[in-house]
Design a binder for this molecule. Sequence first.
Ligand code: PMP
Length: 425
Amino acid sequence: DVELRAPLAVLGGDVRVPLVTGGEVAYAALDYAASAPALRRVWDDVAAYAPYYGSVHRGAGYLSQLSTDLFEQSRATVAGFLGCRPDDQVLFTRSTTDSLNLLAAALPAGTRVFVFETEHHAALLPWQRAEDAEVVCLAAPRTPEQAVAALDVALHGAPKGPKLVCVTGASNVTGELWPVRELAAAAHRHGARIVLDAAQLAPHHPVDVADLDVDWVAFSGHKLYAPFGSGVLAGRPDWLRDAEPYLAGGGATRTVTRGADGRVDVQWHEGVARHEAGSPNVIGAYAIASACRALTEAGFDRLVEREQALLARLTEGLAAIPQVRVLSLFGPDAPRVGVVSFVVDGWNSSHFAAALSAEHGIGVRDGLFCAHPLVRVLLDSAPGEPGECGAPDAEPGERSLNAVRVSFGAGTPAEHVDRFLAAAR
Ligand code: PMP
């Protein structure tokens, strides 16, 4: 534990918060799935570099060269962290949402996109906006095998043309792991591409793009202990090379001229620069690379082992509270990361979460977690019923319309889980 904590210590352990009952208490951050605290190591790396940055790819001065080197080295570090293939591209974006929107903007004409209704909205919605693309939304499966079979059938019946599957690696609601390798094999069997939403998987598990055989992967820095407004889209270069640039602007262009007809003629870059117009977030990219290095050096195996021990402590504790129902798509024994959602009989989830904060200094999340269709399936509620906010108190035996989520990771002490369980009881 001590060895693991040293390279993976997080900031914020010293934050004290006032309680409505009087006095104050050390804050227990149990909302890593929304945003994880920064690793001290990331903070120190950024602090050492931050006073000395210059423009990336744009200046001749020493600090510009330094920043350009750090930015490109960060790209290489992320490629290594993700186990990318030699010709894969790593693009720096703002977030997972941004990465998936970028890919949606790069779909070949007529692409059919296959998603399960269980996805986070960031993985469910961007495809709808893509011009000339069609979305096939598959019903929530109740086992990983059903997921693979349903995708197989849907792809088998699909007309010819480009196809993309988008799937999460770990659910931001249930924490359950999805059968990514099997889904990738099914996609490729039918000539489809697959993008992995690793926003919740990457902070908890090694992601190996080549080994999983996914075409693209997206994740966010702020969930991977690097909270500086940065994200990643990594994978196959071909669709990205053939697409219009995501943003039009400086850095993405090879040449720009005023044409004879009075129009502006542009030749765009073909490599990563094509989709990285504007001055990039070099500190964000560097922070992600720093987090990747820290996680790799600490050893994911030990991180997983420790997290699973905390998870067992949490789920056993919750199982002992009769009013609590843990939400699960694949069943209580399905493997999951340190993300658990539940409802409490007789409690409105928002009030429950607010009481944890005000009376116990514990930060969790409540609501529908930007995954409305999934939470409706899990709670067996209908569209249009109040959910995210303003839901009335559920009486004992009544159905809840939103849920509470507890999530943790590197740096979470067992004491935070115990404090949460004591408060929940
Ligand atoms: N996918 C999943 C599974 C997520 O949990 C989240 C964030 N909750 C996102 C995508 C979107 O991430 P971001 O808000 O950083 O863009």
